[in-house]
Write a protein that binds this ligand. Structure first.
Ligand SMILES: Nc1ncnc2c1ncn2[C@@H]1O[C@H](COP(=O)(O)OP(=O)(O)O)[C@@H](O)[C@H]1O
Ligand SMILES: [Mg+2]
Length: 230
């Protein structure tokens, strides 16, 4: 579903992503691990077109997309849940979900399924985003990304600062979405146990490079826990 080849990216003079390549398969969760500052968020923003890449290619759903705008990438079926959630604090839950549908036609309804995945959002539908707990905001951010029914869902550290019971719920939803088989998921994490539980494929980054990769089931044997230990 997603094929990234040899991408390089710079902030000013610093080389942030170095010759990075990977694939994300349909129906699978690809986990990207790495300590703070290794370039995970930069990579995800590059996939979405929020920062430009210097060289390399990104193919999504059979099409080269590295020259497309973030808007076009979203329209093509790429959904993004940014680090820190970026919920609109003054808008209601419903309005936040509508923002996820902004590039669809005005009459596109909010899919009812989102409220089955995250029942709390139904209870809170008229509350302001800023009044939700961190975990509820994370669920809202995921639901907002799912609203236009993406073929690829990219999540940047969804467990950051969130209570364990909600982390479990989010994990269940990610597994279920992948198992339906019509979506690829790229999950960036520092929380090893959560990542290991969900990973079909894994990648470990260090200083903008992939230093290890393999199947999720081999993570423990491959010593990934030690590679990302803080
Ligand atoms: N907007 C920016 N301008 C310059 N340097 C940045 C910017 N954003 C991040 N960096 C640097 O790029 C590197 C990778 O950051 P980031 O992609 O956020 O890592 P991670 O998500 O793995 O913690 C870090 O050294 C960080 O300081
Ligand atoms: Mg980050």
């Amino acid at each position: 579903m997603l094929t990234v080849k040899n991408i390089h990216q710079y902030y000013g003079g610093s080389h942030i992503l170095r010759d990075l390549s990977f694939e994300a398969r349909l129906g699978k969760v690809t986990v990207l691990l790495g300590r703070n500052g290794v370039g995970k968020t930069t990579l995800l923003k590059s996939l979405m077109g929020l920062v430009p890449i210097k060289s390399g290619s990104i193919e999504f759903d059979g099409q080269p997309i590295q020259k497309k705008t973030p808007y076009d990438r979203a329209r093509a079926g790429m959904g993004f849940v940014p680090q820190g959630r970026e919920i609109f604090a003054r808008l209601t839950v419903e309005e936040n979900l509508r923002m996820g549908l902004a590039y669809k036609s005005g009459s596109t309804p909010i899919p009812a399924e989102l409220f089955e995945l995250f029942p709390v959002l139904k209870q809170m539908i008229h509350r302001r985003g800023g009044d939700l707990s961190g975990g509820q905001q994370q669920q809202l951010a995921i639901a907002r990304a799912l609203a236009p029914k993406p073929k690829l869902l990219i999540l940047d550290e969804p467990t950051e600062g969130i209570q364990p019971s909600i982390i479990k719920d989010i994990g269940r939803v990610i597994r279920m979405l992948a198992d339906r088989g019509d979506m690829a998921i790229v999950l960036c994490e520092q929380y090893y146990d959560f990542a290991q539980e969900l990973a079909d494929d894994y990648l470990v980054m260090e200083r903008g490079e992939v230093i290890a990769r393999g199947l999720g089931k081999d993570m423990e044997a491959d010593g990934v826990r030690q590679l990302v230990a803080i």
